[in-house]
Design a protein around this ligand. Structure first.
Ligand SMILES: Nc1ncnc2c1ncn2[C@@H]1O[C@H](COP(=O)(O)OP(=O)(O)OP(=O)(O)O)[C@@H](O)[C@H]1O
Ligand SMILES: [Mg+2]
Ligand SMILES: [Zn+2]
Length: 514
């Protein structure tokens, strides 16, 4: 059997280690200055380089190169022995399978013997959080008075399980997840060296699937490469099961057409076909995220085949950004909803029905006399299941009637009182906000802080305020909270409903507005 790619690509020198500069620099300096500590604790997520760094350190402290800054040299007898897994003074212990106090006592007995080959005996104890309390205590004794020739490197993915007494005796280093870009760069390097053909979009998909861990990323690459064919995005999507499947696209299409029946059909068909409801909700959020990226001008960050891309572009044009954000929030609730066990489809149905129940921000509302605002009462979907929602007809966009800020300010007390009768929390929130201006058909309500603004800008709050304004003033006026000071303040001439505002809500900083 050929060696697994991730093993083959374990860095042999400091320079090969991707990211984790903060840790690597400290370790390098310690080796160069001959000030290596006797106990280290490396913590961090799986596959971020803890064992790799531990082996590098073990190799460096035993390296025979004259020049300390050149250690490990990977040329001397000791370095080669470590690389070939036959260096006697590097002892790797997997705490997961040696958890008992005897194992640690055994270690303690052996530790007093001088190193047989090198300068230091290095003990790497992996998954150290798995040790029993008694074993930890035994280990502690050793850490308190380690013989001068011993170095301990403890590694764990679960730092919170390590007793404080152990923590305080170790020099601690934290390993971080890798940014997507660092992983894709490493993967392309491996592909070049190994002669693997891979599309760069496929590599970023792999990187995203691996949640910031390098081992998983390289293993996924290995898995795809073993199919023997070039790694296209399509292949990656199929093998990794992330194909932006037809159900997701059809559902978003139904949302755009405001076709409730078609949407419900899609949901049921997908679930009947064996899809997991929460996984489907996650895929929908991912897809919507892609639409948002396209709308924000970052289409190049979207992984999609040419066909999918055309479809996504169409969807991104058809659905206003505010709607995309609203839909993301709604389906995100469905994706994380721990309930729904008794009715897997309910979360999805609710999300979809609620999105249709509240009209698009740019669509005209029926007059209050013909159709009472829906927010005041729970939607029918909450009671009888979403299938009872009647199909909302597509509503043609038209401009909203004009209303002056003065008129709004005059009616504001009444608006607040009416809101209070329905939602005290929102009323309290409105106490600290005040109508600022009507800009491009949107009422901006000013808040002093990001937090207040963020709370106010939840879809249900915006809808309720808008509905009450309609009841009292007879206007259809979308509402948006803004910050009047602080870093997320919306400057004049930025469309409150547009892309820049959305980007700023997502934490973007406005550098320049043309
Ligand atoms: N910082 C890194 N730079 C380059 N490759 C890395 C890095 N971290 C991990 N890798 C790759 O991932 C593989 C596994 O890394 P390593 O064993 O060091 O992870 P770990 O943090 O010890 O993970 P675990 O907690 O699962 O033991 C390495 O063989 C290497 O291919
Ligand atoms: Mg490890
Ligand atoms: Zn060496």
């Amino acid at each position: 059997m050929t060696q697994a790619l991730y093993r083959k690509w374990r860095p042999l020198g400091w320079d090969e280690v991707v990211s984790q500069e903060h840790v690597i620099q400290t370790l390098k300096n310690a080796v160069a200055a001959d000030r290596v500590a006797h106990a280290y604790l490396f913590s961090g997520p799986r596959g971020t380089g803890k064992t790799t760094a531990a082996r590098l350190l073990a190799k460096a402290v035993n390296c025979l190169a004259e020049e300390k800054t050149q250690r490990p040299c990977n040329r001397c007898a000791h370095c080669i022995a470590v690389n070939e897994n036959r260096f006697m003074d590097l002892i790797e212990i997997d705490a997961a399978s040696n958890t008992s106090v005897e194992d640690v006592r055994d270690l303690r007995d052996k530790i007093n013997f001088a190193p047989s080959q090198g300068r230091y005996k290095v003990y790497i104890i992996d998954e150290v959080h798995m040790l029993s309390i008694a074993a930890f205590n035994a280990l502690l004794k050793t850490l308190e008075e380690p013989p001068p020739h011993a170095i301990f490197i403890l590694a764990t993915t679960e730092i919170h399980k390590i007793p404080a007494t152990v923590l305080s005796r170790c020099q601690r280093h934290e390993f971080r997840r890798f940014p997507i870009g660092e992983i894709t760069r490493r993967l392309s390097e491996i592909c070049r060296a190994e002669g693997i053909q891979a599309e760069s979009e496929a590599l970023s998909l792999i990187a995203r699937q691996s949640a910031g861990g390098m081992r998983d990323a390289i293993s996924l690459l290995d898995q795809l490469a073993s199919t023997g064919s070039a790694i296209t995005l399509e292949l990656a999507q199929t093998v990794l099961g992330t194909a932006a499947n037809q159900a997701v696209m059809s559902l978003v299409q139904a949302l755009i057409e405001r076709n409730a029946a078609a949407g419900m059909d899609e949901i049921h068909r997908a679930l009947d076909g064996g899809a997991d409801a929460r996984a489907l909700a996650r895929q929908i959020v991912e897809y919507l995220r892609g639409l948002l990226l396209i709308q924000l001008g970052n289409a190049d960050q979207v992984e999609a085949t040419a066909d999918q891309r055309v479809q996504m572009m169409n969807h991104a044009r058809a659905l206003p950004t505010s709607e995309v954000l609203r839909a993301m929030r709604a389906f995100n609730v469905a994706a994380t909803d721990p309930r729904g066990g008794w009715s897997p489809s309910l979360g999805l149905e609710l999300a979809f029905a609620e999105l249709l129940e509240f009209p698009k921000p740019d669509a005209e509302m029926p007059k209050p006399s013909t159709r009472p605002p829906s927010t005041a009462q729970p939607s029918p979907a909450r009671h009888e299941g979403a299938t009872s929602v009647t199909a909302n007809q597509p509503q043609s966009p038209s401009s909203s009637p004009l209303v002056s800020l003065e008129a709004i300010l005059k009616a504001w007390k009444q608006v607040a009182a009416r809101i209070k009768a329905q939602d005290v929390n929102l009323a309290a929130l409105l106490n600290s906000g005040k109508p600022l201006e009507v800009r491009e058909g949107v009422l901006l309500v000013a808040f002093a802080s990001d937090i207040l603004q963020g709370k106010f800008n939840r879809p249900e709050n915006l809808e309720l305020t808008r509905n009450v304004l309609r009841e009292i003033l007879g206007v259809n006026l979308p509402v948006q909270g803004v910050v009047t000071s602080g870093k997320n303040a919306l400057p004049a001439h930025v469309k409150p409903d547009g892309l820049v505002a959305a980007a700023s809500q997502l934490g973007g900083e406005i550098v320049d507005v043309q």
